[in-house]
Design a protein around this ligand. Structure first.
Ligand code: NDP
Ligand code: 8X3
Length: 250
């Protein structure tokens, strides 16, 4: 039975992926800051598979390393890492945006992803197997107005994914990235700092992707035979043709 570590498992894509993987019998290490949500997940998914939870802020380098390099024996061999934790903070022109938001996005989406990976990769290297999937974005494939530093953070995820694939190649470790367009999750609530009405408007007039759509794709990727590495996936709602073209009916 494989063991997967999922960051950002308390919500959205990460949570849906935890459900999907549990249903498919994958053992889970679920991470996020909101401990109550992790406990609920453990209670629920523990009926289907072995679940271990770890609550920490991905920005805390010391804690990330401490926790992830000291996992309980039975969860210490990780086969699959889903680097999913991340968010956008704000949507303003670069000269008006809040510098705290810049820091949050770079610290979480880029440095946090690197801290987690740095803790997990050596184990994969020593057993010469493993599968890492980084959640990027359409924002990492093209810059859109006011996306500035969020886009930069996701361009970094794209570069890091390619770099990991090169550096880990000789150890037989699979590395891929999944880059979604609009997915209806708590993403926009976080981006707009709790303004639920503003967040809802983002998904009005078209069918956005559901987190379960991503979970299905992630399971498909991790269930391919060992010689198949799905390197880069762009997933859009049908109504979205690009960062700029969205067929809204309202
Ligand atoms: P959600 O806001 O629903 O989920 C974000 C997850 O990240 C939560 O579980 C949250 O957990 C975790 N997280 C955020 N900050 C931290 C932190 N500092 N430390 C630890 N965990 C953290 O959004 P999505 O599910 O939509 O986002 C998941 C990924 O998908 C992100 O990388 C996002 O950039 C990407 N994405 C999303 C798209 C969308 O349209 N929704 C489109 C393209 C990419 P907690 O708060 O409990 O710590
Ligand atoms: C999220 C995509 O376009 O909502 O990564 O910022 S977008």
């Amino acid at each position: 039975m494989k063991t997967a570590l999922i960051t950002g498992a308390t919500s959205g894509i990460g949570k849906a992926t935890a459900y999907k993987f549990a249903t498919e019998g994958i053992r889970l290490i679920l991470c996020g800051r909101r401990k109550e949500r992790l406990e609920e997940l453990k209670n629920e998914l523990g009926k289907k598979t072995d679940v271990h939870i770890e609550s920490f802020d991905i920005r805390d380098r010391k804690k990330v390393m401490e926790i992830l390099t000291n996992l309980p024996e039975e969860f210490s061999e990780i086969d699959i890492l889903i680097n999913n934790a991340g968010n956008a903070h704000g949507l303003e022109p670069i000269h008006e945006a809040d510098i705290d938001d810049f820091e949050a996005m770079l610290d979480i989406n880029v440095k946090g992803l690197l801290y987690v990976s740095k803790a997990i990769m050596p184990g994969m290297v020593s057993k010469k197997s493993g599968h890492i999937i980084n959640i990027g974005s359409t924002a990492g494939k093209g810059v859109y107005p006011n996306g500035n530093v969020y886009c930069a953070s996701k361009f970094a995820v794209d570069a890091i994914s390619k770099a990991m694939r090169i550096d880990l190649n000789k150890y037989g470790i699979r590395v891929g990235e999944v880059n979604p367009g609009f997915v209806e999750t708590e993403f926009s609530v976080v981006r707009f700092k709790g303004d639920v009405e503003k967040a809802k408007k983002v998904y009005e007039g078209f069918q956005a992707l559901k987190p379960e759509d991503l979970a299905d794709i992630l399971y498909f990727i991790v269930s391919r035979p060992a010689h198949v590495n799905i390197a880069d996936v762009l997933v859009l709602p049908t109504a979205q043709a690009s960062n700029y073209i969205l067929n809204r009916k309202t």
